[in-house]
Design a binder for this molecule. Structure first.
Ligand SMILES: NC(=O)c1ccc[n+]([C@@H]2O[C@H](COP(=O)([O-])OP(=O)(O)OC[C@H]3O[C@@H](n4cnc5c(N)ncnc54)[C@H](OP(=O)(O)O)[C@@H]3O)[C@@H](O)[C@H]2O)c1
Length: 325
């Protein structure tokens, strides 16, 4: 099969399209003919050699895809050859075929075509598991989403709004702030020109927000804690602002706050299957009813994978960049 390979970890020029052996369906797995994959920020790190795949996962980049079931392994009962699906992957999306545990496969939501569906699995699973399954955001609560115009942010805003929460978000340009408002954000804050703690405090009469979905890590830890309400929950999913920071435990304790941090990719197959099942039950109906739409910035053919990485590296996109195969 044709797939993206990496000559030496490094810059965009490290990405090549070459030939690799076709994957086979092991017990409990299906093989998909891939229609599209999506570029995730983690792919940029893996390309640079900083985010190796978990043990046993494909070395090929790509944490999600859509396509058609081409083969089923022993013990797979839920899927058959010819089904159109999308899937959460530990790797392997940037190729013509990929093997994936059957529990990580989702049907296409009704009304979503097979290419567009590649924009959903990673963001839906990440947002649903962190904001709702772990942080337990409720309808009468407030959520602050950092990076609201990103792949994660565009889904987090729509999901939280659809479920009745008041949504605050940060973004880096007037156009992206406007896009966040169109997606349902009640308060959109420029992370370049405004202090999000001040805005959150002002808008909540000093109370703070109940849940924060954070992509920045170290750089925002102290300010996130300041912006958090009593009994607030900070869900960290990214380290774009660094790995190490000092934490004022006294402040966390006084607020009776909680901080969690998770990586979806490294979770055991059973945990991923549980998240995927929960997404199918709770998120897919919202997509089918039109309350949550996959936001696609660009479709880039596999042969132009370098351009796809450049778009994400330069932060040009609103929503997802898809790689079409
Ligand atoms: N832990 C997990 O399981 C998991 C899973 C998926 C993704 N992630 C992480 O989640 C993060 C977002 O992923 P993504 O796919 O949405 O990436 P993305 O589409 O590339 O978005 C990155 C976002 O970061 C925002 N940003 C940059 N500097 C910022 C700042 N100083 N303050 C606030 N926001 C800032 C950007 O805002 P502008 O575009 O407006 O400048 C953009 O919205 C990444 O760090 C990714 O690695 C984690």
């Amino acid at each position: 099969m044709r797939a993206v390979t990496i000559s030496e970890p490094g810059g965009i020029d490290a990405l090549e399209v070459g030939e690799l052996p076709d994957p086979t369906a092991g017990p409990g797995e299906v093989v998909l003919d891939v229609a599209a994959s999506a570029v995730n920020r983690a792919d940029l790190l893996q390309r640079q050699g900083f985010y190796p795949p978990p043990k046993g996962a494909s070395e090929v980049l790509g944490l999600e895809c859509s396509g058609v079931v081409a083969a089923v392994g022993d013990g797979v009962e839920d899927w058959k050859v010819g089904d159109e699906v999308c899937a959460l992957l530990a790797g392997g999306g940037y190729g013509e075929k990929v093997a994936v545990p059957a529990g990580q496969v989702l049907p296409l939501p009704k009304g979503i075509d097979v290419v567009t569906a590649a924009a959903l699995p990673e963001v839906a699973c990440t947002v649903w598991s962190n904001v709702f399954m772990i942080a337990g955001l409720r309808a009468d609560e407030t959520l602050l989403v950092h990076g609201g115009a990103g792949g994660i942010g565009t889904i987090a805003i729509q999901l939280a709004k659809a479920l009745g929460a008041r949504v605050f978000t940060t973004a880096g340009s007037p156009e992206k702030l406007e896009r966040c408002r169109e997606l349902g954000a009640d308060v959109a804050i420029s992370y370049r020109d405004q202090d999000f703690v001040e805005v959150v405090k002002y808008e909540t009469d000093g109370a703070g927000v109940d849940v924060i979905l954070d992509n920045m890590g170290a750089k925002y830890l102290a300010r996130n804690l300041d912006a958090l309400a009593t009994n607030g929950r900070l869900a960290i999913i990214g380290m774009q602002g660094g790995l190490k920071a000092e934490l004022n435990i006294g402040k966390l304790l006084t607020k009776r706050g909680a901080i969690t941090a998770t990586s979806l990719r490294a979770r055991p197959v059973e945990e991923k299957a549980a998240i995927v099942a929960s997404v199918r039950e709770h998120v897919w109906p919202l997509v089918e009813e039109g309350h949550v739409r996959p936001i696609v910035h660009a479709h880039v053919p596999l042969d132009d994978v370098r351009e796809a990485h450049r778009l994400v590296e330069d932060g040009e996109q609103t929503g997802k960049v898809l790689l079409t195969i």
